[in-house]
Design a protein around this ligand. Structure first.
Ligand SMILES: [Zn+2]
Ligand SMILES: [Zn+2]
Length: 151
């Protein structure tokens, strides 16, 4: 498992889950809340809600209970739902849109636009607004339904 990790580890710092010295661990992950864990330990902690069906929040830091953010995706690994942000991009929602704009996150709309060959930027080279992306995608498959076959 290869994860590019730029986490700075202080002498004597340990993983809050397995208590291993982080100096000895290859894949140390620093969450958004700044707490550090072995990749495997925090992955299993994030993953546990799906096994136990308890009410734990997604991506919760086991120490401070804040949202720890997504984990980096190791090389040659498939993304997991609610653990790696790549999951959303690997599992784009089906077209045509059958939900309102608020259901779709902007990075998902950007990924859909790229996939169906719509420009994601405006004339001034700025990234389109969420509403523009949503409408442009809609226009694209309404005027040319065949793009749905290749999507
Ligand atoms: Zn650990
Ligand atoms: Zn934390």
């Amino acid at each position: 498992m290869i994860i590019m990790s730029k986490v700075i580890i202080d002498e004597g710092e340990t993983c809050g889950i397995c208590l291993e010295d982080l100096i000895d661990v290859d894949n140390v992950i620093q969450l958004k809340c700044s707490h550090k864990y072995c990749y495997e330990c925090i992955f299993n902690s994030y993953y546990t809600p799906y096994k136990s069906f308890n009410k734990k929040k997604h991506r919760e830091c086991p120490y401070c209970r804040k949202n720890g953010g997504y984990l980096p995706l190791p090389e040659n690994t498939l993304p997991f739902k609610d653990i790696h942000k790549e999951y959303l991009l690997h599992n784009l929602p089906k077209l045509p849109f059958w939900r309102g704009i608020s259901y779709y996150k902007k990075d998902i709309l950007l990924a859909i636009a790229k996939k169906v060959g719509i420009s994601t930027t405006k004339e001034n080279n700025k990234i389109k607004l969420k509403k523009e992306l949503y409408n442009d995608i809609k226009t694209a498959y309404t005027t040319n339904p065949s793009i749905l076959n290749t999507y």
